[in-house]
Design a protein around this ligand. Structure first.
Ligand SMILES: Nc1nc2c(c(=O)[nH]1)N[C@H]1C(S)=C(S)[C@@H](COP(=O)(O)OP(=O)(O)OC[C@H]3O[C@@H](n4cnc5c(N)ncnc54)[C@H](O)[C@@H]3O)O[C@H]1N2
Ligand code: MOO
Length: 397
């Protein structure tokens, strides 16, 4: 039996780092930076005002109340800079360049708002309301590190330092193929013994959440020829094929039967639950990961093996899910010798198990926001015990 770590390493080793491509900022949301992005300009780019008010010399306003002549008006966007003469002020707006000589901005609320002469009623401490050039980031410094995922704040920063396009890793192209003669497309009538095909929807979304580009192939029955024809028609264009079903010990294990003797896919048992039966290798040189068909097993196996491998290939700084400690609200049991990934709801401090350990409990899975990790050597945990949880999509929402 393989350990979880051994199989994780086997899956990760299948994928090479994805090639770089340059994309405009508008198309970069959710992508992962391939190289550091440096700041072409400092932020702030020039000394400027943090408030609407009056740029002044503190020596002139410290004796407030005091009237002072207003000799310039500096709206944001004014590009000429007129030095501030002693004994005068400039009216200034938030973000406008600070005139040389000014060492304080008096907010308009502390004045009478005059435009020719202003009455300074109160002086703020020296240096107040100034934003100094480069205090956020220096010109030429690394603004965003290679491996950073580009979310709202990162895209905002890239634009702020003048970047119009960014080098990112190409999204991995992942084929998703479900197998099973019992499967029927949602929306069609079911005969007794048939079920709706759901794993491909689950896996496509999981691939997309991991930063990949998923292509869902139409599911196939337990027929080796049909399975191989479907796979072969698409495989060459993919970075990875993920299958579901057909890998356990039954009489009709289509994935096992098709790939045995073809390529390098190894079928193994991993010491975990759910997700015991696994396979990984290459077919025609293309990486293949074969997940078990039970929906919760497919989800958990994707989380534990495929997601981190895809994110590693994307160059992510942190490919793994956040793992945090939590206190159990109730007792739980776990099989000896298997790492168990139970479904749970984490509320920021405690975690409650959602449903039992059965890998068919897909409605319970959909209510979970974490996976509770129970180590291989732990079989019983009382309420109040500390466990680790892996935060999955939607955690803390
Ligand atoms: N004798 C043994 N039987 C089983 C073993 C074993 O070791 N010895 N392992 C069990 C475990 S654990 C799992 S997990 C499953 C894995 O089986 P397969 O990967 O071969 O998957 P299937 O048999 O095709 O399906 C299992 C289960 O999941 C449903 N399913 C499959 N595909 C889909 C889909 N696309 N959408 C929705 N539901 C799907 C399927 O109907 C089955 O109920 O094997 C155990 N058996
Ligand atoms: O190990 Mo199977 O993957 O539970 O249900």
């Amino acid at each position: 039996m393989r350990t979880v770590e051994e199989h994780r390493a086997a899956v990760a080793a299948l994928l090479s780092p994805l090639p770089e491509e340059e994309v405009p900022l508008g198309a970069a949301h959710g992508r992962v930076l391939a190289r550091d992005v440096t700041a072409a300009v400092a932020l702030p780019g020039f000394d400027n005002s943090a408030m609407d008010g009056y740029a002044a010399r503190w020596a002139d306003v410290r004796a407030a109340p005091v009237p002072l002549p207003v000799v310039e008006d500096i709206p944001a966007g004014r590009t000429d800079v007129v030095p501030l003469a002693p004994g005068t002020v400039h009216r200034i707006m938030t973000g406008a360049p600070l005139p040389p000589g000014a060492d304080v901005v008096v907010p308009v609320e502390l004045t009478d708002g005059g435009t020719d002469v202003v009455e300074i009623r109160e002086a703020p401490p020296p240096g107040s309301h100034l934003r100094m050039a480069g205090e956020d980031i220096a010109r030429g410094a690394v603004a965003l590190q290679a491996g950073s995922p580009l979310g709202a704040a990162q895209l905002g920063l890239a634009a702020a330092v003048g970047v119009g396009a960014v080098p990112v890793r190409r999204r991995p192209r992942v084929l998703v193929l479900s197998t099973g003669s019992e499967l029927v497309a949602p929306g069609q009538p079911l005969l007794p013994g048939q079920i709706y095909e759901s794993n491909s929807r689950l896996l496509v979304a999981a691939v997309e959440d991991a930063g990949g580009e998923a292509r869902r192939l139409h599911f196939v029955p337990d027929d080796v020829d049909q399975f191989l024809a479907t796979v072969r028609a698409e495989l060459a264009s993919a970075d990875l094929l993920v299958t579901s079903g057909g890998v356990s010990a039954g009489a009709y294990e289509v994935v096992k039967d098709a790939f045995r003797g073809l390529g390098t896919v190894e079928f193994v048992k991993v010491s975990m639950q759910p997700g015991g039966p696994q396979g990984a290798g290459t077919v025609d040189g293309v990486p293949v990961v074969t997940l078990p068909g039970n929906p919760v097993s497919a989800f958990v196996s994707f989380e534990v093996f495929v997601r981190p491998a895809l994110r590693r290939a994307l160059g992510h700084l942190s490919p793994d899910r956040l793992r945090v400690p939590a206190r159990l609200t109730g007792p739980l049991r776990s099989p000896a010798g298997r790492r168990q990934f139970l479904r749970g709801r984490y509320d920021g401090g405690t975690v409650s198990q959602v449903g039992g350990p059965g890998s068919h409990l897909v409605a319970h899975l959909a209510r979970a926001n974490c996976l509770v990790v129970v180590p291989e050597d732990v079989t019983d945990l009382p309420a109040g015990a500390d466990v680790d949880v892996l935060l999955i999509e939607g955690a803390l929402q």
